[in-house]
Design a protein around this ligand. Structure first.
Ligand SMILES: [Zn+2]
Length: 449
């Protein structure tokens, strides 16, 4: 019988908190035949009653407050003040203590001694690994890191917000306030985590998945543009028939475009790479996000495996590829993923296309692409093809208007030759600059209306 009992109970991760008067204790239950049982010795202490277990007679005596209970482990009848009383399940003797059915502790034990007892089941609280604050173009974002999505609640007041998360903050580190958030204080409780934030200029708040976005309205200005020269290092990109590397052209164009922007618009530019170095696609977008860039431009050269006659300039934004040609460009540019050990696949494409970040900026990215393409029509001697869309990994997760430019066809003999020419490259960069400039004027006008 004993061995059967041993095999039937197991330790649960949950605990019970038992409170009586000002005393409180946490105890672990034992589960026997699907019922939770609680040990009477600590309960007697919390209730402030006497506990005597007579090992020879196998009887437990509880007494105090003018009352008495006698019980025998394994029996579902107890004696309360000389009256017999049934309890829903029999008690059990486990490692030197008598375990009582949890469901009957309040009524039977608390009732017998005229004590008000509270029992609360403490569920295991899932951990929050990290809470951080980051800035984006028009918002400051509170970001949570956890294993599984937890519920949270945001109360937003003028100048401050209180966030309560149903998880336990496991690290000791405080959160560094930046952007619109001027102070952040974390208070970890047993069953939840409270975060008190002070902020300035925030006028709306958005809760989603693992973040809270605080939007602020100030005069919006494009202050920073991140330009990404595609490929680099071990990843050459497309290679021309005469041996010109796409990665080298991209870098030249990016530097020329930077100079145009900085000299004429006074807007700061950050390049994702300044030299011939490899950088993952994700790292490129991260540079834009972490710097709070207002616009992201990835620069590439086109190549066609089908026809060496293909030529011209085209601009892409992130969305589903509509044509076979766009799909081919998408496949070629996403192939850089393999340098990170990721095999580009249909799954990856659908993952790219479900990007929440870019979907927010879809219209603006489309507009930006239109402006650049219009500029190509006005400025360039090579054909301005059209605005296209495709699922480019490098644009994924960018929280700002973002485009990918295919400047000219390195697979076309004539354009490969042109791409070696400094003044042609300058013309290309100027074309991009002009498109950006027109977009920025239009964008700022709309943002501030
Ligand atoms: Zn490329």
């Amino acid at each position: 019988m004993i061995s059967l009992l041993v095999s039937l109970f197991c330790i649960l991760p949950n605990k019970y908190e038992i409170t009586c008067e000002s005393r409180s204790i946490e105890i672990e239950p034992q589960q026997i035949e699907s019922q939770d049982y609680l040990p009477l010795k600590p309960i007697a202490e919390v209730l402030n009653i006497n506990y005597v277990l007579d090992h020879t007679t196998q009887r437990l005596y509880l007494s105090g407050n003018g009352h008495k209970i006698v019980l025998i482990p394994g029996v579902s009848t107890i004696m309360h003040d000389n009256f017999y009383q049934n309890i829903p399940f029999s008690t059990h003797l486990i490692s030197g203590d008598v375990y009582f059915p949890a469901v009957a502790v309040i009524t039977t034990i608390g009732g017998a001694f005229e004590k008000l007892v509270f029992i609360k089941e403490i569920k295991e609280v899932p951990p929050i690994h990290k809470i951080s604050i980051m800035t984006r173009a028009d918002s400051t974002v509170l970001k949570f890191s956890w294993d599984k999505s937890l519920d949270f609640d945001v109360q937003f007041y003028p100048g401050r917000a209180v966030v309560e998360i149903d998880g336990k903050y496991t690290t000791k580190s405080q959160v560094k306030p930046i952007g619109a958030i001027t102070s952040a204080e974390i208070t970890p409780f047993k069953t939840y985590t409270k975060l008190e934030l002070a902020m300035k200029d925030v006028n709306s708040v958005l809760e989603r998945n693992d973040e809270v976005v605080f939007y602020y309205k100030i005069t919006k200005q494009v202050k920073l543009i991140v330009i990404d020269p595609g490929h680099g290092g071990i990843d050459p990109g497309a290679i021309g028939k005469k041996g010109l590397y796409e990665k080298d052209v991209n870098l030249d164009l990016a530097k020329m475009l930077r100079d145009f922007i900085e000299d004429s618009l006074g807007i700061r530019v950050v390049l994702t790479r300044e030299k011939d170095a490899y950088l993952s696609l994700k790292a490129r977008t991260n540079i834009a996000n972490l710097n709070g860039a207002d616009i992201f431009v990835s620069i590439h050269c086109n190549a066609s495996a089908q026809s060496s006659r293909e030529r011209g300039f085209e601009t892409y934004f992130l969305s589903e590829a509509r044509t076979d040609a766009a799909r081919a460009v998408e496949a070629r540019e996403n192939a850089s993923l393999k340098f990170d050990g990721i095999e580009p696949s249909d799954d990856i494409i659908s993952f790219i296309l479900h990007d929440l970040a870019q979907s927010e900026y879809l219209q603006e990215s489309n507009r930006l692409a239109e402006f650049v393409q219009t500029s190509a029509e006005n400025v360039l001697d090579i054909p301005a093809r059209r605005v296209n869309q495709a699922g480019f990994y490098v644009l994924r997760g960018a929280f700002m208007p973002a485009i990918l430019i295919e400047s000219a066809f390195i697979s076309n003999r004539e354009e490969e030759q042109l791409l070696r020419n400094k003044s042609f490259k300058k013309r290309l960069a100027y074309c991009m600059f002009q498109g950006l400039k027109d977009f920025i004027a239009d964008y700022q006008r709309r943002l501030n209306n």
